[in-house]
Design a protein around this ligand. Sequence first.
Ligand code: PLP
Length: 374
Amino acid sequence: MQITQLNLPDRMIDLGVGQPAISLLPLEAMKTAAEHRLSQRDPSPLQYGTEQGNGYFRQALAQFLSQGFYTSVDPDELFITAGATYGLDLICTYFAQPGDTIFVEEPTYFLALHIFADRRLNIVSLPVDQNGLIIEALEEKLAEHRPAFVYTVPTFHNPSSVTLSAPRRERLAGLSEEHKFLIVADEVYHLLAYTVTPPPPLKTYDRGETVLSLGSFSKILAPGLRLGWIHAARPLLKRLTRSGLLLSSGGLNPFTSSLVLSTLELGLQDDHLRFLKNTYRHRSAVLSDALQEFLPPATTFSEPQGGFFIWLSLPAGMDTGKLRQVARPKNVNFQPGVNFSSRQGLQNCMRLCFVYYGSEDLREGVRRLAGVLP
Ligand SMILES: Cc1ncc(COP(=O)(O)O)c(C=O)c1O
C-alpha cells in the first residue's frame, strides 16, 4: 500500500505545494541506514532516550552542522526535537505566556501563525526587504512593546526567499541582548544554498544567550522522520530538558535519531544533501526562467539563492485570493500572499514552490498561470 499525503486532481499543477516530491525521498538511504543500525544488535535506541537527545547523535550532528555552517557547533548546545514545528511549539510553551506579544515578519511562515494562535500569543508584524527583517522597524516597535521573542526565518525565507544580511544579524542579536527579548530563528533552509553562501546561522551572533535556532531533517533528508534540533546556549536548553514533558517522555524520537545517526556516519546525509541541492538549484532556475519568459513585466520577483520558494508580486490592487478561483479550473494553483500575512495584507502577492515538480510541469504550470493573469 502506498500512502500519499496529497490528493491533487490529476491534471492540477499546484505550485503552492511546499514539500519535496515523493520521488526525491531517500528510501534507499534509509534502508541502508536501518540495516546498518539494526545489524549492530543494540536495543538501546528502543529505550526511553536522554532528555536532550542521544549524545552520539548530537556529536555526529554537531560535526555535520559545523561543516555546513562553516562555524563550530557544540553538541552540548543541541537539543533534539521532533522537527522544527515541534521545537517552535515547545519554545512557545516554555518561553512565552498566553497573552504575551511576539514579533513576526510580514510575510512570515504561515503555519507558524497557527502555532502562535494555539498558544494565544499576540502578533506584531515587522516588514522585510531584500536584506530581510528591517531593523529600524524593529527598533520602532521596541519603543512600544516588550516582546517575548522575535520569530524570524533569516535564511532563504519562507515565503519571500530573502536572506537577512550579516550586519542586520549583528544588530538583531545586539538589540535582543539590550532589550532582553529572545530570537527564535527558524533556519530550516540554511543548508539548502544554491548560488551563494549565506551568513552563518543566528546562533553564531548570540552574545547574551538569547538565540534559539531551529533546524530540521525535513528539508535535507525527509519530513516523515519528524526529526530536528534546537541550537541554543545551555541555560536555555535546560528549561526544555527540565520540563515535565521531557522528564516524562525522555528525549524525542530516540529510535529515528539512531537511524539518522547512521545516515551521518555512512555519509548518506551528505550525499542526499548534495543531490537535493543540485536538483533544487536546477528547478529553481527552470521556474525563474519560465516566469521571465511567460509572465507580464509588471509581475516581479527575485531569483532565489536557496530554499524552496519564489515570491511573486503582482501590481498593487490585484487580489491573488480571487485569482486563485480563476486559476484552479485551469488546473494551476499557488499560495495566495494573504496566507503569509498576520494582518490580512499581501493580497497582490503569491508563493510558488519549485521543489515538488520537475522541469516540464514547472514550465507548464507557469504557462497556465500566465493564461489567467489579466
Ligand atoms: C520556515 C519553516 N519552518 C518549519 C517548517 C516545518 O518544519 P518541520 O517539518 O521540521 O516541522 C517549514 C516547512 O515548510 C518551514 O518552511
